[in-house]
Ligand binder design. Structure first.
Ligand SMILES: Nc1nc2c(ncn2[C@@H]2O[C@H](COP(=O)(O)OP(=O)(O)O)[C@@H](O)[C@H]2O)c(=O)[nH]1
Ligand SMILES: [Mg+2]
Length: 311
């Protein structure tokens, strides 16, 4: 693929085009990945996740500024499934991050929900691979951490930063959603607001209850994204986690788990497509639908029968 060659030589336009192809689940993906994959596996992928409005984009903006001072090249994927409905979040992110738009050491891509959320997980993971192959050393993935699909996106990261803010009751909500376990580092942003220390204590308590079996104790960092306070400490903590992963075979184990998830997704996609396309092109399927509609048959029994026929 000529696009891949151009991208590997540093052509940002080719990179952007390739991202669009993976976002649209182009049939070219397997060719692209075959050519690309040997050049991946070098970047440190960091997930920044948390409820809307806690300050994720503001944090990402400050992290970019800090890393650019250290001459570290950084790719950013902003995933916002809510954008097609609200329209506002994506625009806000673009404006906030546009100060980096002319810097070749930074690449920012916003992704909204295209079709189903599973597609978003694919697009995010494959885009991270593209950015990795292009030579970005750090890849930040900003996701809204509320649902199961966002959790699966977060799991594509080597280090996951869970962001919360003081006195919203949101801390409790985060725990309920079952995403506490995926946090490697916790951030209490908006530490300029009242109740930050109380939120830190709440988090500490929850972590003590939940992570006895872990060999990594997630640190909690207070930040003020609006003025950059705490960003250096956050970066140190991220580096600390990276170092922790590099011990024993932890990073390898994480990567194997990620690859396993990827294979699962690809198989699920292929199987679904094959079976579904087959059904849609089968006149008997139309008859089956009629039977279900007239209540001669129910959907579950119908699928059981179809399943038997497939074996
Ligand atoms: N007071 C205060 N406001 C902040 C801080 N960080 C972000 N904000 C504001 O909080 C709002 C949401 O921030 P944003 O980064 O878009 O949050 P996101 O939805 O999590 O990406 C914006 O109006 C920010 O200016 C902070 O540390 N302190
Ligand atoms: Mg945001």
């Amino acid at each position: 693929m000529e696009l891949v060659e151009r991208m590997l030589k540093g052509d940002r336009l080719a990179l952007a085009k390739l991202i669009t192809l993976v976002e649209n689940r182009s049939p070219e993906i397997s060719n692209i990945m075959a050519r690309l994959y040997p050049h991946t596996g070098k970047a440190h992928v960091i997930g920044i996740t948390g409820a809307p409005g806690v300050g994720k984009s503001s944090l990402v903006d400050k992290i970019i500024a800090s890393l650019r001072k250290k001459d570290i090249k950084i790719g950013v994927i902003a995933v916002d499934p809510s954008s097609p409905f609200s329209g506002g979040a994506l625009l806000g992110d673009r404006i906030r991050m546009q100060s980096h738009a002319t810097d070749p050491g930074v690449f920012i891509r916003s992704m909204a929900c295209r079709g189903h959320l599973g597609g978003l997980a694919f697009a995010t993971q494959d885009t991270a691979l593209l950015l990795d192959a292009f030579g970005y050393e750090i890849i930040l993935i900003e996701t809204v951490g509320v649902g199961q699909s966002e959790i699966s996106i977060a799991q594509a990261a080597d280090t996951t930063v869970l962001v919360t803010m003081p006195s919203t009751g949101d801390t409790i909500q985060v725990m309920k959603a079952g995403i506490m376990e995926i946090g490697d580092i916790f951030v209490v942003n908006k530490a300029d607001q009242e109740g930050a220390d109380k939120t830190v204590v709440e988090l500490e308590t929850m972590l003590m209850l939940g992570t006895q079996t872990r060999d990594w104790t997630p640190p909690i960092v207070k930040t003020i994204a609006s003025n950059g306070e705490g960003i250096e400490e956050l970066w140190d903590r991220i580096q600390g986690h990276k170092k922790f992963l590099s011990q024993d075979s932890r990073l390898k184990e994480r990567h194997i788990a990620q690859i396993k998830g990827e294979i699962h997704n690809i198989i699920a996609e292929k199987l679904e497509k094959r079976i579904w396309d087959g059904l849609l092109n089968d006149a008997r399927f139309a008859q089956l639908l009629e039977k279900i509609e007239s209540r001669e048959l129910d959907p579950y029994t119908a699928v059981e029968a179809l399943w038997e026929a497939l074996k």
